[in-house]
Design a protein around this ligand. Structure first.
Ligand code: RNT
Ligand code: ZN
Length: 404
């Protein structure tokens, strides 16, 4: 028996004492894909123009070399990064990652034929796809407004983009046989004190209604709406706030909410919000990220918030209702490895959460024995999660260590 097997047997015994079946957990991990975003690999540049400037109040800082110069390099690096993340995955593509064959295809002209590469790439790897319209890094978003713009022509342009993206999402879902979530995030907002906060929201509501007019096959795709508190240059007002989208989703049932861990007040926790949506039978999309002082999109690590998010999903019994995606972009470290580090961290946190003795903890709580609840919570921090992780990597033909 090799070291990994030996260690795993020991771990199995340790977890059994807490009523946890590690084999079962490893099996269950296969039902919970993590959706790895495509945009850490190239600082969200995409394929429209390899010198494109990122706008919309988000920023990839740093200038590490090795950024892909063409699509071949890009897909090579993404493929290599994905190989380092064990278990079931999806890939989240973005509209600017289209294959335009050297021709200018504007956002209101994109079609499924521009995204066949993504389908091939995902299929080869047995992965599903998610999709994101790109409502930023474009001349028609330069004044800070898209779907909530006061200019009807600008709104119409972005509505058309949203509509087309939904169809691409449906195509992804159909072709991969896995539900595709099309996540809409817009940068709209004001830098400074805003007088009329209502009109942009009324316009956003109308734009969304227009985007969602066409009924698509729910078996293949659905939409999510990503809220935000502030962005660079939209510090004072963001049209698509948390309350706005929560109400839009509840009222219309046209989309589910997407919560990004970096889009709230610094001490506000996405984890704490999850149960309030599950209580109403809603589904959620998440962008697991790591804000450091602001929505800085640092690489995801196994920190308290990431753990809290995964624990909450498990404890709510919501592994099928909460769709877990990643969102970070750091250009100060090697980009492919950054993707792998963040993906592995999300998986590690999920595995750790699933290995916790949920039953025992709940029993202590239900019995009103909060002392035992706290004692247990502390004790289980020292269980040998790492040995189960190593077995998870081994079973998925993935290296245990990626430190080069
Ligand atoms: C921006 C949002 C959004 C983007 C991606 C690239 O604040 O988090 O999810 O990061 O669409
Ligand atoms: Zn996000």
């Amino acid at each position: 028996m090799g070291k990994i097997e030996r260690n795993y047997e020991t771990a199995k015994e340790c977890f059994e004492e807490y009523g946890v079946d590690t084999d079962l957990v490893l099996e269950q991990m296969e039902d919970v894909p993590i959706s790895v975003h495509c945009w850490q690999i190239d600082d969200l540049t995409g394929f429209e123009d390899f010198h494109a400037r990122l706008t919309g109040g988000i920023a990839a800082t740093g200038n590490m070399g090795g950024k892909p110069k063409d699509q071949t390099e890009y897909f090579g690096q993404l493929g290599a990064a994905l190989k380092l993340i064990p278990g079931k995955l999806k890939i989240a593509a973005h509209a600017v990652y289209l294959d335009n064959k050297g021709k200018k295809i504007d956002r209101d002209q994109i079609e499924t034929q521009h995204f066949t590469k993504w389908v091939d790439f995902a299929r080869e790897r047995g992965m599903g796809l998610d999709f994101n319209p790109t409502y930023f890094s474009h001349e028609k978003s330069e004044d800070g407004f898209t779907l909530s713009s006061a200019d009807p022509a600008v709104r119409e342009f972005w509505i058309e983009h949203g509509r087309r993206c939904r169809r691409i999402g449906e195509y992804f879902g159909r072709e991969t046989g896995t539900l595709c979530i099309t996540n809409h995030w817009i940068p709209d907002g004001y830098k400074d004190i805003t007088i009329d906060k209502l009109s942009p929201r009324q316009r956003l509501k109308e734009s969304l209604d227009a985007i969602f007019e066409e009924a698509l096959d729910r078996g293949h795709c659905m939409d999510s709406l990503e809220s935000k508190l502030f962005g660079l240059g939209s510090e004072s007002y963001v049209t698509g706030s948390h309350e706005f989208y929560t109400n839009y989703c509840t009222e219309t049932k046209k989309a589910i909410l997407c919560m990004d861990a970096g889009h709230f007040h610094p001490t506000e926790s996405v984890a704490a919000k999850i149960s309030s949506y599950i209580a109403f039978g809603q589904e959620l999309m998440l962008h697991v990220s790591r804000p450091v002082r602001w929505d800085s999109d640092h690489v995801v690590i196994v920190d308290e918030e990431t753990m809290a998010i995964m624990e909450e999903i498990v404890r709510c019994g919501a592994l099928k209702r909460v769709h877990i995606g990643l969102d970070f972009f750091d250009a100060s470290i090697r980009r492919g490895e950054a993707t792998a580090i963040g993906g592995r961290a999300a998986k590690t946190a999920l595995l750790k959460a699933m290995l916790q003795p949920a039953e025992l903890l709940r029993q202590a709580e239900d019995a009103g024995d909060y002392t035992r609840r706290l004692a247990l919570l502390e004790e289980i921090k020292l269980l040998p999660y790492g040995f189960v992780w190593e077995m998870y990597c081994e079973r998925n033909n993935c290296p245990v260590s990626i430190c080069t």
